[in-house]
Design a protein around this ligand. Sequence first.
Ligand code: NDP
Length: 337
Amino acid sequence: NKRVILKRYVTGLLSEDDMEVVTTEVPPLAVVPAGSEAVVVKNLYVSCDPYMRNRMTRHEVPSYVSDFIPGEVLANFGVMRVISSGHPDFKAGDLVWGITGWEEYTVINNPESLFRINHPKLPLSYYTGMPGLTAYAGFFEVSKPKKGEYVFISAASGAVGQIVGQLAKIIGCYVVGSAGSDEKVSLLKTKFGFNDAFNYKKEPDLEAALRRYFPEGIDIYFENVGGETLDAVLPNMRLGGRIAACGMISQYNLERPEGVKNLFYIVTKRLRMEGFLVFDFYDRYYQFEDEMARYLKEGKVAYVEDVVEGLDAAPAALIKLFTGRNVGKQLVAIARE
Ligand code: NDP
């Protein structure tokens, strides 16, 4: 059973040396032990997500998810095929998604946590992870958008950002995204239909750039990056604007997070900044799945993925998220069926 383990707690920028691909001698369980309600899955795709970096730090005060333990297999969302089951709701052959190991086969002791795949005609890889639900819940439930509002999205071509932007377009918002390469900017403007987009790495003064792109100000900022980006956004917000704080990836590899200087604008512009975690919205999942499946079938939403092949390539793929080298949703294909 090939697997990726955490070698040691990580400090600073994540590197390939912090992880190791190993092969255990233990053969995969073909049959669940009698009396157990566990299921054994074959992992087809696993997701690379920025929050995995947070789990690689040892936290003195417990974090919102448990820390990974050095020597143990990494875990995250994946798409799996059940190969044997002791649980009455699952049988061999079922396709599911949920938390699994970064390995070929995993025994899942709490199969109640798994989600069924109800639209198997969509590419199976589209079920890798939770960026779609994050975008859907964060945009509709947290930012409470209205038609015609001005929306800015950072890390806009990524897994979450691309979906937020397209949902915002569907309901008639004016959408601008920032991204870290010209290739990504072009994707935003063509494939994803944003009204405009720019390469923030080419803007010496981000605050001034946002003033140009939003002469009337920003109603909704979908925050994926934090740090300097948030500082540049705050003075550009409109009165009563909303900031959906989804993530702050610019801070995840820093030993000391940066200070944000412009927070007083929250007071003067009567802003609402609200953080959220996708885990809080799992009860909306099947509603989201049906709606998104319809958009994909109707061609109203496009989805760009960055797929690497095999677990050997997984550590480098995870690091791409922090260097901006992923283009779209980063995932690892372990097996196709
Ligand atoms: P992406 O697919 O967007 O990949 C990460 C991107 O972040 C990179 O491609 C890069 O894009 C950008 N980035 C990386 N480092 C920096 C930096 N130092 N400064 C500025 N930009 C940087 O990832 P996801 O869509 O999966 O995640 C986006 C955000 O959403 C993250 O903050 C993540 O933690 C958060 N998230 C939150 C969830 C929740 O429940 N609240 C759930 C899922 C994700 P570029 O080249 O454009 O700079």
